[in-house]
Unconditional design. Structure first.
Lengths: 388, 302
């Protein structure tokens, strides 16, 4: 556009047709372009730094050496301490092995540090115990016990995964039907004035801070549902799930509504012209045409619930249990990070495991977003262009 | 005949179900508002807003939390708004609609908007505190611990990353609402591209920048997860005086009082009132943004 207009200026020589080099133009363009890169840079930095803090679990030595000395008083994996994992023999750290750990996770201390015993603390200050934990950690990650602060800390992620999935499933089961039907109502049935009330109201719900929803769930909903169902633990997956649904509804609603209104009017007109009623058109024409968009909406809703921290912290009870009962307390991945990060010692194993959980959360939501973005939106566009 | 009746019944049920769902959502919103207003209105007073907490946060006001939240969103805006605006300018004015770079940036922005807020907290801890902060301490202070720990600066910058997409999306929408003719007139008069952007596009999209800022502030004031371990404190007897101080925060205050207070029942009125303050704050901000934004949309539609 720029070049077009410049060419139309009343100038006749070839020389003056050339774009003049101006330092301010050049600088402003370069600065703005480089600022625009920031968003990409942030994503990459998040990947890098969240993973970086996870690394000590897998490679204790290199991580320690690369870190500045000041904040690292507690964590000393030392230079000499290295170990051999004789479990399956895959992992061998270093050459001067001082510690060996056998398949049962029992410690067998080498010659040099034979006097050391398991100190039991995560923030152990002696080298051998430090590296012994590393091995125990890798094994316990797939276990069923989440006991990060105990004599024998175990970091089983299974109950956290089960808890998160339970909450997500419950929340989406509540949120998706309500949000989709409500979107259909505003897109197909509601008169204009009602639409002008409902849409801003739901935008308002999207603006509710999650800590407010969490507080409402904790103080009001929990007691209310306990009164109805009479279950034992006041805070449980069910209460958490409903509270999460309140956070997911605006997202699912907004995207579904967008998808529904994006459907070409000719679809609806054709259906109505063939004699279909309004609800038949909505149910059999509009809704199916918008399925990819609705699917994307549900995926983003799942992403929201999966990563929601404050509601999970306040309303789910935070007990790491592996059970299918919706009326028992659960602990989600995000809530685990939120609850425990403030209390861990920077750089120790527990800290790294929390970052590992963060990495998993990040990868998962990133994947969900990418899926919603590329696959489904593309499909929606193709469908409307009649190429599907 | 019979078939027609059945159809009408199904239709009625279906239409009814959609209506009920919509009204259910509205009812829940009203319920939340009413419960929190009723629970908090007695404690809510000027005194409550301007006093410090007393008796181990069992009594008194929430002034430090309000002040801390205000400082947080202020520093956050200073960081997020210029960068967000420039990114939006790039996307609308410089980048081609189909360019790979612009597509990548858009994808990054949308991804940034869906990253769970707790991940920003982790990033703030891993990057700002442990990498930048500790690095600054090592280089400038010879290892003395000052920046390598949670403080209001790192919390604000973390929050700025979280709210960056909000700013970008709002500003972009407003820039697109600036009529093309204005740009063309400016260019035709001999103004350069940057002059056009500076004198036509940015003033023309000022309301959008304002909306973006308001929405970002509203979001930043309500989020708690990113500041859990990047700078928020349970209780401070003094207000944060420098960027390297910790701070109190409304949302964090609610969380602490309702889950870890020494006496949850006794502080219940304070919790409700604090929630009311936070809700009012975000409500007013969002409402203002909606009004300004509908103005932009109307102008664009003309």
């Amino acid at each position: 556009m720029n070049q077009n207009t410049e060419k139309k200026k009343f100038v006749f020589t070839k020389e003056s047709l050339k774009k003049k080099f101006r330092i301010s133009e050049f600088l402003s363009e370069k600065i703005i372009t480089s600022v625009a890169f920031l968003s990409i840079a942030i994503i990459i930095l998040i990947f890098f730094f969240v993973f970086r803090e996870t690394m000590p679990i897998f490679k204790s030595q290199t991580a320690v050496e690369s870190q500045p000395a000041t904040a690292m008083v507690q964590e000393q994996y030392g230079v000499d301490s290295s170990l051999i994992l004789n479990d399956q023999g895959q992992e061998q750290y270093g050459v001067d092995s001082t510690v060996m750990v056998n398949a049962n996770g029992q410690e067998q201390y080498g010659v040099t540090e034979s006097g050391l015993q398991d100190t039991g603390e995560v923030s152990s200050t002696d080298n051998a115990a430090g590296s012994e934990h590393e091995v125990a950690v890798l094994k316990s990650l797939v276990g069923k016990d989440w006991l990060p602060v105990s004599d024998h800390p175990r970091y089983g992620l299974i109950p956290l995964f089960v808890g998160t999935l339970k909450i997500t499933l419950l929340a989406i089961l509540f949120a998706a039907p309500i949000a989709i039907l409500a979107a259909l109502f505003t897109a197909a049935f509601a008169p204009n004035w009602l639409r002008e009330i409902i849409k801003p109201a739901i935008e308002l719900l999207a603006g509710f801070p999650s800590v407010v929803i969490g507080f409402f769930a904790l103080m009001v909903m929990a007691s209310f549902f306990q009164g109805i169902f009479g279950y034992e633990s006041r805070l449980n997956a069910f209460v958490g799930g409903i509270a999460m649904a309140l956070a997911a509804i605006p997202i699912i609603y907004t995207i579904t509504e967008d998808a529904l209104t994006a459907i070409p009017a000719s679809y609806k007109e054709a259906s109505l012209a063939l004699g279909a009623t309004k609800w038949q058109t909505a149910l059999f024409v509009t809704l199916p045409a918008a399925t990819p968009g609705i699917f994307a909406a549900i995926l983003l809703g799942i992403g929201r619930v999966f990563g929601e921290t404050m509601i999970a912290l306040m309303a789910t009870g935070n007990a790491a249990m592996t059970s299918a009962n919706p009326f028992e307390s659960v602990r989600t991945l995000a809530a685990t990070i939120g609850a425990e990060m403030a209390e861990v010692v920077f750089g120790d194993t527990h800290y790294s495991v929390l970052f590992l959980i963060g990495s998993l959360l990040f990868i998962f939501t990133f994947g969900l977003n990418a899926l919603a973005e590329f696959y489904i939106k593309g499909k929606l566009v193709r469908r409307f262009q009649g190429k599907s | 005949m019979k078939k027609g009746n059945r159809k009408r019944i199904i239709g009625g049920i279906f239409t009814g179900a959609t209506g009920v769902s919509a009204f259910l959502i509205i009812a829940i919103i009203i319920l939340i508002l009413v419960v929190i207003i009723l629970g908090g209105k007695e404690t809510f007073s000027w005194e409550f807003l301007t006093a410090f907490p007393e008796d181990g946060m069992l009594k008194g006001g929430i002034f430090p939390a309000i002040y801390g939240t205000a400082m947080l969103v202020l520093i956050m805006s200073v960081a997020a708004v210029p960068f967000g605006t420039l990114t939006a300018i790039y996307l609308t004015e410089y980048a081609g609609e189909k360019s790979v770079l612009a597509q990548t940036i858009r994808f990054a922005v949308r991804t940034l908007a869906t990253v769970p807020s707790i991940i920003f907290g982790l990033f703030g801890l891993g990057f700002f505190i442990r990498f930048v902060g500790t690095g600054m301490d090592t280089v400038f202070l010879g290892g003395e611990l000052k920046w390598g720990q949670p403080n209001i600066l790192w919390a604000s910058l973390t929050m700025a990353l979280l709210t960056l997409p909000v700013v970008i999306v709002s500003v972009e929408e407003a820039i697109r609402a600036v009529p093309r003719e204005l740009r063309e007139a400016s260019l035709a008069l001999g103004a350069t591209k940057w002059q056009t952007i500076r004198n036509i596009v940015i003033p023309g999209s000022f309301s959008g920048i304002l909306t973006g800022t308001i929405l970002a502030v509203s979001r930043g004031a309500g989020e708690v997860a990113p500041i859990l371990f990047t700078g928020a404190a349970y209780y401070l007897a003094t207000l944060p005086a420098s960027l390297s101080d910790q701070f109190m925060n409304l949302g964090y205050h609610i969380y602490i009082l309702s889950t870890q207070s020494s006496n949850v029942d006794q502080t219940l009125p304070i919790q409700f009132a604090t929630t009311l303050v936070l809700l009012l704050l975000t409500f007013v901000l969002n409402f203002t943004a909606v009004i300004i934004r509908s103005g932009i949309r109307k102008r664009r539609a003309k």
